[in-house]
Write a protein that binds this ligand. Structure first.
Ligand code: UDP
Ligand code: MN
Length: 276
């Protein structure tokens, strides 16, 4: 039950600000529908995405919600512009595609405005779901999985590619104030912000947001039977060629199968290199 005895309404929510991420969202939506979920699938999109790129999402039955960028100060936008952010806080572990605009990430916070839902699960458009994850709606705000892709130290930080939240206009307003304090710089954009805004965040199992670099950095952690959400952080599986495409080939092939609507049995997938 939701507030006031009304039935709980739940949604999976993603964000799309250009045609590339719309492609990602198509694969995500297809993968979610395969799990048999009855929750809504909401695609937040900016006006910059043309209707052709959004059309397949409409066909899949997604609810499209147009959003504007957040009303942030000019200095904030300047500090978080791609060239400035990449200069002040360079990415040393992997590479971001040219179509990634850091400032767009903050639009994720619009999820808190979706007060018609009692619980939302946000999922990045560069992720796919491999099994039913409806039980995530029973987790409290704010829940996220650790940002694990290199070492044990990664468990200190969360990854904002998957999180559980309770929409609330009061929370949204409080976020806008905290976000744009003078001279605030969020080196990993919404991720750094959410970690700070929810210092007592609840941990989701790592399999709820398995990052693709685990495949080659921490192969012992890889377990196809347990992985519920596979997240292609850094390089994207639909980029024609990227520096890690041969290393990640089995994961990229899987993404293309999901995107094309082909059935894949995770049990048939190979083990990471170096694993029997
Ligand atoms: N996003 C977007 N346009 C952008 C940047 C980000 O639509 O220019 C959305 C999209 O849902 C994406 C998420 O924000 O999946 C976070 O960005 P990304 O997944 O590229 O970051 P990473 O997971 O590599 O840190
Ligand atoms: Mn992502």
């Amino acid at each position: 039950m939701g507030q006031g005895g009304a039935p709980a309404r739940t949604a999976f929510v993603t964000l799309v600000t250009n045609a590339d991420y719309a492609m990602g969202a198509v694969a995500l939506a297809r993968s979610l529908l395969k799990t048999g979920t009855t929750a809504d699938i909401v695609v937040l999109h900016t006006g910059a995405v043309d209707s052709q790129a959004l059309a397949p999402l409409v066909t899949l039955g997604c609810r499209l919600v147009e959003v504007a960028h957040l009303p942030l100060s000019e200095p904030f936008n300047e500090r978080h512009a791609r060239r400035n952010l990449h200069g002040a806080a360079p990415f040393t572990k992997g590479r971001k595609p040219d179509f990634h605009t850091p400032l767009d990430n903050f639009c994720k916070l619009r999820l808190w405005q979706l007060t018609e839902y009692t619980r939302c699960v946000f999922i990045d458009a560069d992720a796919i779901v491999l099994k039913n994850i409806d039980r995530l709606f029973d987790y409290p705000e704010f829940s996220a999985a650790p940002n694990v892709y290199e070492s044990l130290a990664d468990f200190h930080r969360l990854n904002s590619g998957v999180f559980v939240a309770r929409p609330s206009l009061a929370t949204f307003e409080a976020m806008l104030v905290a976000l744009d304090e003078p001279d605030r710089f969020w080196r990993r954009t919404d991720q750094s912000f959410l970690e700070t805004f929810f210092p007592e965040w609840h941990g989701l199992p790592v399999f709820m947001n398995m990052l693709q670099y685990v495949w080659f950095n921490l192969p012992d952690l890889w377990d196809w039977k347990s992985i519920a959400i596979l997240h292609y952080q850094y390089e994207k599986p639909w980029e024609r060629d990227h520096p890690k495409s041969s290393e990640l080939k089995p994961l990229i092939d899987l993404w293309h199968d999901v995107y094309a609507g082909r059935d894949v049995d995770p049990a048939s997938l190979p083990q990471p290199p170096g694993r029997p």
